[in-house]
Design a protein around this ligand. Structure first.
Ligand code: IPD
Ligand code: CA
Ligand code: CA
Length: 274
């Protein structure tokens, strides 16, 4: 395909994202059937990477840039961004939930988002695809086009009193941040129905999107963790805020729009935010 024939219509980008994410999910699924070992560590000794994280990202990068050579690409395992000229940037987590993948806990995902550059040097997420590898469930969204699970529209839960909300969270790979997160969880736990740590930021946000939890809050997440799934959650009726957390790192707070403010206030009072 020549670059002249490449369009940036969300529907076309979504079709490509889905096709490539399915291929990557298949690669990850097959790799899990064999032996999985740690290939390296990153930000700390518990922040691991496997050969499959790298192979999944290489496949996604190769397929996307072969179809759209003028786009930019940011993948977790690639380190730096590849800069293109089309105004479209792909943001990819080749396995979100690597620790689950390593231990064979069937809860990890391939996440692919497409962002369109704006005139102010920022960008708007216009396409998001998250595939739950073990179950094969596909979450997808386009900006303004709604969110789906396996092709069917999804929506968030109705607002519930705080004491009846099921909250999802996650823990950073940094021991310092974990200390702060543990204290915040201890303060929030008596005030809500319960708290779960499932191990994939992308699937946590998709769970809020489909009404499978009432809220999500986590400090220390990176753009590839939430780029695709935050769009899915927003399009399903959640409000998703990206701000600074108690230790100065990025924090994501997500909840159904109705009732978001009450959850945010609780997250601040619990110490998730500075
Ligand atoms: C991690 C997962 C986890 C979250 C961490 C992320 P990775 O991503 O999303 O749930 O708590 O903050 O880094 O390392 O498995 O791609
Ligand atoms: Ca991740
Ligand atoms: Ca990852």
């Amino acid at each position: 395909m020549t670059s002249a024939s490449v369009t940036s219509r969300p529907g076309d980008l979504l079709a490509l994202a889905l096709e490539v994410a399915r291929e990557a999910a298949e690669l990850v699924r097959e790799a899990r059937a064999g032996t999985v070992e740690v290939a390296d560590t990153k930000s700390s000794d518990v922040d691991v990477v496997t050969e499959t994280d790298r192979a999944s990202e290489a496949l996604i990068r190769e397929r996307i840039l072969a179809a759209r050579p003028d786009d930019s690409f940011l993948g977790e395992e690639g380190g730096r961004s590849i800069d293109g000229s089309s105004g479209i940037r792909w943001i990819v987590d080749p396995i979100d939930g690597t620790v689950n993948f390593l231990y064979g806990i069937p809860h990890y995902a391939v996440s692919i988002a497409a962002e369109r550059a704006d005139d102010l040097g920022g960008g708007e997420m216009i396409v998001g695809v998250v595939i739950d590898v073990a179950s094969g469930t596909e979450y997808a969204a386009t900006a303004g086009g709604g969110a789906t699970r396996d092709g069917r529209p999804i929506g968030v839960r109705a607002e519930a009193p705080l004491a009846e909300r099921l909250v999802l969270t996650g823990f950073s790979y940094s021991a310092e941040v974990r200390g702060v997160q543990a204290a915040a969880v201890a303060r929030m736990l008596p005030k809500v129905r319960d708290i779960r740590r499932l191990g994939s930021c992308a699937l946590d946000l998709c769970r809020v999107a489909e009404g499978g939890a009432d809220a999500y809050v986590e400090e220390g997440v990176q753009v590839w963790d939430h780029a695709a799934a935050a769009l899915v959650a927003r399009e399903a009726g959640a409000r998703v805020e990206l701000t600074k957390g108690a230790t100065g790192r990025d924090v994501v707070i997500a909840a159904p729009s109705s009732g978001f403010a009450a959850f945010r206030t609780l997250a601040v009072a619990s110490g998730f935010l500075g």
